[in-house]
Design a protein around this ligand. Structure first.
Ligand SMILES: Nc1nc2c(ncn2[C@@H]2O[C@H](COP(=O)(O)OP(=O)(O)OP(=O)(O)O)[C@@H](O)[C@H]2O)c(=O)[nH]1
Ligand SMILES: [Mg+2]
Ligand SMILES: [Zn+2]
Length: 364
């Protein structure tokens, strides 16, 4: 039995509400009501998608029309299904509007962001006591999550390995800026109850973080059984290899939805610019006092942000990581614009080819 089938076997019934369905989805689905079924994508395979519906789990392909326009469903998407009575299979014919969309920049690609998951309410940014606890990486994750529209929560796992778990939170406090930080151990269960306010029926939580921090272990602990393989950490450098390779959604006993993700090797912030303000709120506030409204806080005269650093009100470290992310963002945005122009050209080429073909057939 595939994990999907095990997890969502038809012995367990779900209402749309337990899957996270709400008023706005219902009204978007209204025009499909008579002959289609709604469902939610729980995982994505090479050509098919695992879908949870009110009558159990199933596999479905996507319609040629969606594929042609590049609208590919992501895990967490609510989709419109058409049942093919002759084959007994289902086809995804539309994707309902997304409440939130979690993307990340993929290194080496033409500036287009990769969709990670859709309709996420909360993202658990999982890190672990020890080498993974890195402020700059957290700033990247926060930028991505803030831009997605989901609410970030920082989890410091493997508290059992720390000599004094209570100091872990203060280590990252300077970058957490208003974001809850929870110290826990997926193995011993320490601190687990602090997750309860986020694990609510019909609410969707995605776990992201480096490989080996214990995302799948935490999912197994929350599900109270082993559904996900977990990895062995290499003794030499404390780093795990990538154990989870497929993004997948699970339903907890109380009806909360959790998504396990493969570990991210590199956290490209892509074009998630809107997340910067929320990740660096103190810099945004200070910037209001800069002489120039488009101050980049680099060499401009009358820069209130650099003044604050000089006065010791803002750490140099914090400003440097802000400037670095801002640069990266600018670069990604340029790349995305070039990529967009290229794909537009390609699209027009295709359209004019179709037009030529049509003219060709008419003239014959
Ligand atoms: N001591 C300790 N070890 C843990 C804890 N949580 C997870 N581990 C161990 O860390 C290793 C990696 O855990 P996984 O759950 O596979 O990590 P992951 O984040 O899912 O990794 P990827 O799937 O590669 O992204 C395993 O050997 C776990 O047993 C914890 O709270 N304490
Ligand atoms: Mg994993
Ligand atoms: Zn400035």
């Amino acid at each position: 039995m595939t994990p999907d089938a095990a997890q969502f076997s038809s012995s367990r019934e779900f209402t749309l509400e337990t899957l996270g369905w709400d008023e706005s989805l219902a009204s978007a689905f209204e025009r499909y009501r008579d002959s289609y079924t709604p469902g939610r994508v729980s995982s994505r395979h090479r050509t098919t998608f695992a879908i949870i519906t009110e009558s159990g789990s199933m596999q479905a392909g996507i319609s040629g029309a969606l594929r042609r326009v590049g609208r590919i469903p992501a895990v967490g998407d609510f989709v419109v299904l058409h049942r093919q009575p002759d084959t007994g299979t289902s086809m995804i014919v539309d994707i309902l509007p997304r409440k939130t969309l979690f993307t990340r920049g993929v290194p080496g690609r033409d500036g287009d962001d990769q969709v990670v998951a859709a309709n996420i309410d909360t993202v658990f940014i999982v890190t672990a006591a020890g080498a993974d606890l890195n402020r700059h990486r957290l700033e990247r994750y926060l930028t991505l999550v803030h831009a997605s529209g989901a609410e970030p929560v920082i989890l410091i796992n493997k508290a059992d390995l720390a000599i004094d778990p209570s100091t872990l939170t203060s280590e990252i406090a300077p970058v957490a800026t208003g974001v809850p930080v929870i110290t826990l151990s997926a193995v011993t269960g320490y601190g687990l109850s602090a997750l309860d306010p986020f694990l609510l029926p019909g609410r969707t939580v995605a776990l992201i973080g480096s490989s080996g921090v214990g995302k799948s272990t935490l999912i197994n602990t929350l599900l109270q059984r082993t559904v996900q393989d977990t990895g062995r950490v290499r003794e030499s450098d404390g780093k795990g290899r990538h154990t989870t390779s497929v993004r997948q959604m699970f339903i907890l006993e109380n009806g909360a939805l959790v998504i396990d993700n493969p570990g991210l090797r590199e956290v490209g912030i892509g074009t998630a610019g809107s997340g910067m303000n929320d990740t660096f709120p103190e810099i945004r506030e200070l910037a209001a006092g800069c002489r120039f409204s488009d101050c980049r806080h680099e060499h401009e005269p009358g820069c209130a942000v650099r003044e604050a650093v000089a006065e010791g009100l803002l750490s140099q470290d914090r400003l440097e990581s802000y400037l670095m992310l801002a640069k990266e963002l600018e670069f990604q945005q340029e790349k995305a614009e070039i990529g967009l122009a290229r794909s537009e050209r390609k699209r027009w080429k295709e359209i004019s080819k179709v037009a030529r073909d049509i003219r060709g057939t008419k003239e014959r």
